[in-house]
Design a protein around this ligand. Sequence first.
Ligand code: ASP
Ligand code: MG
Length: 803
Amino acid sequence: MKILKFGGKSLANGKGIHKVIDIIQDKVNRGEAITVVLSARGKSTDELEAILDKAVKNESYQEQLEAFKQYQVVNYEDFNVDDEFEILDKLFEGVSLLGDYSKRIKDQVLSQGEVISAKLLTHILQQKGVNANFTDSRELIKTDGKFGEAQPLDKLSKENVVDHFKKYNGTTVNIVTGFIASNANNDTTTLGRNGSNYTAALLANYLDAEELQNFTHVSGIYTANPDLVSDAKKIEKLSFTEANELAYFGANILHAKTIIPLIEKNIPLRILNTFDHENDGTLITSEANEKGIKSLSVLENVSLVNLEGRGLLGKVGVDARIFKALAYKNISVSIISQGSSERGIGLVVEADKAVQAKKVLEQEFETDFYKRDVNMITVENDVSVISIIGQDLSTFHRPYNALIKNRVIPLLFNNTVTGKNVSLVVYKNQLHKALNVIHGEIFGVTKKINIAVFGHGLVGGTLVDQILKSAKEIEKRKKIELNIFAVANSKKILLNKKGIKKTWQLDIKEGTSYEIKDVIEFADENHLENLIAIDNTASEAFTNNYITLVENGFDLVSSNKVANTLSFDFYKELRIKLEEYQKQYLYETNVGAGLPLIDTIKLLHLSGENITRIKGVFSGSLSYLFNTFSEEERQFSEILQEAIDNGFTEPDPREDLCGNDVGRKLLILARELDLQNEFIDINIHNLIPENLREGEAKGFLERLKDLDSVYKKIKDDQKSNHVLRYIGDLHGDLFAEKGILDVKLVSVPESSALGQVKGSDSIFEIYTESYGDQPIVIQGAGAGAAVTARGVFGDILRLTEKG
Ligand code: ASP
Ligand code: MG
């Protein structure tokens, strides 16, 4: 025999009823012996409660009652429930006259929901030729007299059930009312809300059923509520003990008392979906999972009561007094924990008991108030509890750190005494984000990284396209989902929480104007976690947003060099903020584009390797210019013009020729070594003759030939087999506060490392103490949109690994 239980949602409308009938008929046709337990349809129990509420206040309830009746019979006109409706009419009339009702009356009212539902299903099944038998559980299950939450009397109930099923056996399918029972006087009692599950478990126990199939509207038990966590996975199998943990923490399909009759007889429980009944659902047996299971559950309607006071610290018996005082008023505490300040105690109670709890505790600690041991009791209402079931403290730092990184600061956490559970209290408005962050962390399922890209010119645009193109592959290989939720330039922004599309270049035309706070708010409202802001602008203005972004949970990646070359004070302040908010700032492309230069220097420096000098060709444009000029017998202006035409230089080539860009890169490297240099400390050899430095670009471009004599002379004055290179050179005492930073044009032997650089390559020589005269050399394409975008992409991936 299998017991099938269908919940209210399965029976809510014609579609559900149709499914339920199909499932039953299918089993009958296959010759399976089954018993069906039903709860009231849809929200009928709530409705009856609401009507009762109106009646007792002598408010007009007729309309609502009519609607209730209509709902029960619609589409089933030949179904006769006059008796039940008459009972309800009389009961409500009485309550309305008296202006009062007892729990006994309430049970009588509520029970009609189950009676009607079981009668309806019996009726339909009979019409379909199934040998269905309406079974009123009040005649079978006997309870004590505690109306509203009655306790079954097992011995008597079992006898009744066994007798009944002996009488109605063979092909008969008993359609049993859930939830309702009766006491010794044959008064109707109920088993508490969601009591149909209990009825089904009791029947399974009494009848030694082989399985209890609980049909719900979900396909089983998940690692988290799939409505809140889209990555939640179904748990195929778990043990009763494990399920009990889930039930306790609010997975409302299960209640501890429901499970006990099953455990007693070792009867498996299967959670199935009426609307997807081919799905095997979740099977719960006495067998525990080898590795244990992990799952997240949520308690929502709770409040946090805080006791604050110096005197609480280390005082014996405080917890006991709290529990005692609250228990006396029937207020149960689900979590208690020492507050993070260590000067307070926090406890979680049901939301509607919070005010009372505060009062009770104020009374209990009255004298402590006088002694100033307790100075405040407060209630925090908008909180939720997340329980990580199967989590112990040894690895708890991982989800915890992930939360902090995402700016979810738990109000308190504690681990339960029994079982491996850790519970956290968070603000309700952070629940969604917190759940997703924890879930992503503990299940190692795809981690979502939410990216905002600022600046979509050559580098930014290429980056966006590169990310869109490789996102799928990265997700497959690294389980990281890169979601670009914002793209912006200085004027307009395109926002999409699900990620911008391939057509973003077009879509952004419809974008809106924005301020940085709009981006922050958008991320907040949409519960976006693991935030990264990418700065591909070249603007100083945007760097003003860095600290705000960090304070609001963003990691930073930039190809923009400005932030690192402003005053040393700002440089320092940004790093302090990063530390304070546990955020990262990566900028590998600031020097040598995608070449792994900054990372290498950072590592060497961090590992204690003393860097004594860094020297190299830092600019791709100037590399091209002097490599070509040294090698070919052509005029300087001719080669410069060629570089301009090929887009190797800035539109106004003076931006390259003035040496500031090389200077900035050199300064960034110096600061990596903890040197406190400022931009003005750099000795820059400006390649533009003084008389050509001012004025519009156009004027300069017309006078390129003026440069020829200057550079011809420099070239001719060299020793033989020497070539010209424009280099950055960081030297001096690099342990002092400041180093010497030179940006200059030098003549080097053709055979040297610098002399052998070709095309527009960059080269960096890093001299260190242990490597002596042999520098570490990093060389390659050090400029260009594609390699720079790749470098930025690399920083993003580096961040995702750190997080
Ligand atoms: N109809 C009852 C309730 O809503 C019993 C049940 O659904 O299990 O609580
Ligand atoms: Mg680099």
